[in-house]
Design a protein around this ligand. Structure first.
Ligand SMILES: CC(C)(COP(=O)(O)OP(=O)(O)OC[C@H]1O[C@@H](n2cnc3c(N)ncnc32)[C@H](O)[C@@H]1OP(=O)(O)O)[C@@H](O)C(=O)NCCC(=O)NCCS
Length: 207
């Protein structure tokens, strides 16, 4: 068994064992590598083992584009991603699998804008072979923690009404469905505007 496979097995057992006591706020117990992360408001997140987040560079764009094309029917272009890298208020982050045995693989990415007191998530996608391993949650949690650290009041995003996987992920992070934008993605493809308030937050987020 590779180190990555073993780390996934461990985190899966760990998730099962700690699910009951995760609700209780407690002191910080670790870093972003397969540890419990406790935010300033006492929220607890289980960060998947074997992944790390860093800022994307030009060298990542080919892989990002590949994931984008696998994830969406109308994908962003290379130019769109290049533009995001050049905008001062935009951040393109990537989740890298950190298997000690082999070259790190780009598992997913997230693009956000931070303007005034709002963090807006424009794009998030995970490579199909890495899905349901906590990578989407890790990318989102990272963006939320950064937004909170930079004193943003809320995090917003739009999601296709038909995208039940993404809606479930955002609900789990305590985003609320605020408005419907009819035919936003084309005829019959509505968007739901979702929002997570960070000021006076009633529900600390957790995954
Ligand atoms: C949505 C997406 C980013 C989720 O990434 P992921 O790494 O698989 O998500 P996670 O493993 O962190 O999942 C966290 C939670 O989200 C929910 N979730 C994720 N995928 C789900 C699915 N297919 N069905 C139902 N719930 C799902 C679950 O509650 C899950 O927790 P669980 O695994 O303990 O049940 C991924 O499916 C993806 O890239 N989709 C295509 C692109 C896309 O739709 N992006 C969002 C645009 S708004």
């Amino acid at each position: 068994m590779t180190a990555l496979a073993r780390s996934r097995e461990i985190v899966s057992e760990f998730r099962a064992n700690v699910s009951d006591w995760l609700d209780a706020p407690r002191a910080t117990t670790g870093s972003s590598f397969g540890a419990l992360c406790v935010t300033a408001l006492g929220a607890v997140s289980l960060w998947p083992m074997g992944f790390e987040i860093r800022d994307a560079t030009d060298a990542d764009l080919a892989e990002i584009l590949e994931i984008e094309k696998l994830a969406f029917t109308t994908p962003w272009t290379l130019r769109s991603f290049q533009r995001e890298l050049s905008l001062p208020f935009s951040r393109l982050a990537v989740a890298m699998s950190a298997d000690g045995d082999s070259k790190p693989a780009l598992a997913g990415f997230l693009c956000r804008w931070l303007v005034a007191d709002e963090c807006h998530i424009l794009n998030v996608a995970v490579r199909p072979s890495f899905r349901r391993q906590g990578v989407g949650g890790l990318l989102m949690n990272n963006a939320i923690l950064e937004a909170r650290a930079r004193r943003a009041a809320f995090v917003t995003l739009e999601v296709r009404r038909s995208n039940l996987a993404a809606r479930q992920l955002y609900r789990k992070l305590h985003f609320e469905e605020r408005r419907l934008r009819r035919h936003y993605y084309g005829p019959g493809e509505d968007a739901i505007v979702m929002e997570l308030r960070l000021d006076g937050e009633a529900h600390p987020h957790r995954l």
